[in-house]
Design a protein around this ligand. Structure first.
Ligand SMILES: *Cc1c(COP(=O)(O)O)cnc(C)c1O
Length: 347
């Protein structure tokens, strides 16, 4: 019989959040931005259509120049990807060999483990402490551990590890420490300045969440110039297409739009947190565009099912070595009204 590699047969594969047909649900399950993207995106895409007969710029140069000026880094420090998931794949392929190990915190983004499995590598999960800090064990060197991912803010909790703590972990860990900042635009702090300060801290970002472009697929890494140069050999030659380069460039140049969007989302997040607590949920203080909540008297799986029946989709998550709960994305205030009013009838 025709067989794929045994590593592939043995793995379950990553299951993305449900994406039902447009308009069927109030969709609060995959941390998408509820608002339309920056207004300049449409015109940029329309203009790029004229150039579609040609291959795209292999390094997404217009985006690198724009992002470098916005973030105050060098364009050569930026590696662009087809979503930040592509960046995480490139990093795993570039640093972790067969039989070596990828370190991750637990509970966190489930995709990391899948990437290690695809690579024929091991993953080593280090549990967060009760205060959602990674703890000293995360920074202990081990000869097999060749790369570590730290989502910051973390998913599914929305909690943040300070730059000072990341700096300490990086000083001892003995391998690259990739801070996955998919949600950092919603947070009060980030680790971007550590990229120039510590040679083994890299930062990954995405336009999927804070720029409302999840459907576009564009993410990027900020890392030392020599690392970016090496990783360019790992990526697909044309991993970002011309339309996404044009759209992402227009989006990141509109920082006024970003600030206003983040203001709206963080205000709604505060309200969602308060009202869930009033309904008796325990809610972790989040610095992302979602909150993690649990209710002592109402099982999360049942709340998820009931909400779904009523047209509201949230993410039910069960971590076998931790807990189960609901991760609710911060939608518009109107969407949150619908969700909260339904929950009030269920708990
Ligand atoms: C959403 C998410 C990403 C991936 O985003 P892309 O859409 O692939 O850019 C990466 N890391 C974390 C923790 C995320 O939640």
């Amino acid at each position: 019989m025709t067989r794929v590699r045994p590593e592939i047969e043995a793995m379950k594969g990553y299951t993305p959040g449900e994406q039902p047909g447009a308009g069927k649900f109030v969709k609060l399950n995959t941390n998408e931005n509820p608002y339309p993207p920056p207004p300049g995106v449409s015109a940029a895409v329309a203009e790029a259509v004229g150039g579609l007969a040609r291959y795209p710029d292999a390094l997404a140069t217009p985006f690198r120049l724009a992002a470098a000026s916005v973030l105050n880094v060098e364009p050569e420090q930026i590696l662009c990807g087809n979503g930040s998931d592509d960046i995480l794949t490139i990093l795993t392929r570039g640093f972790v060999g067969v039989g070596q190990s990828l370190r991750l915190p637990y509970p966190s983004y489930v995709l990391y483990k899948t990437l290690a499995q695809l690579q024929g590598a091991k993953s080593e999960e280090v549990a967060f402490a009760d205060d959602w800090q990674p703890g000293p064990k995360f920074g202990q060197p081990h000869p097999d551990v060749r790369l570590a991912f730290l989502p910051n803010p973390n998913s599914p909790t929305g909690t943040v590890v300070s730059a000072a703590v990341v700096r300490e972990l990086a000083a001892t860990i003995g391998c690259p420490l990739v801070v996955d900042e998919a949600y950092a635009d919603f947070a009060e702090s980030n680790c971007l300045s550590l990229v120039s300060e510590c040679e083994n801290v890299f930062v990954s970002r995405t336009l999927s969440k804070s720029y409302a472009l999840a459907g576009l697929r564009f993410g990027f890494l900020v890392a030392p110039v020599e690392i970016v140069r090496q990783l360019q050999k790992v990526k697909d030659s044309y991993n970002c297409d011309s339309l996404s380069i044009a759209a992402a460039t227009a989006a990141i140049l509109d920082q006024a739009w970003l600030r206003e969007n983040v203001r709206k989302i963080t205000a709604s997040r505060g309200r969602l947190t308060c009202e869930l607590r009033e309904l008796g949920f325990s809610v972790v203080d989040s610095q992302a565009n979602f909150v993690w909540c649990e209710h002592a008297a109402a099982p999360a799986a049942s709340l998820y099912e009931q909400l779904k029946e009523q047209g509201v989709l949230v993410r039910y998550m069960k971590y076998s070595r931790w807990r189960e709960g609901l991760r609710i994305s911060v939608g518009t205030d109107e969407q949150l009204d619908v969700c909260l009013q339904l929950l009030a009838t269920m708990v």
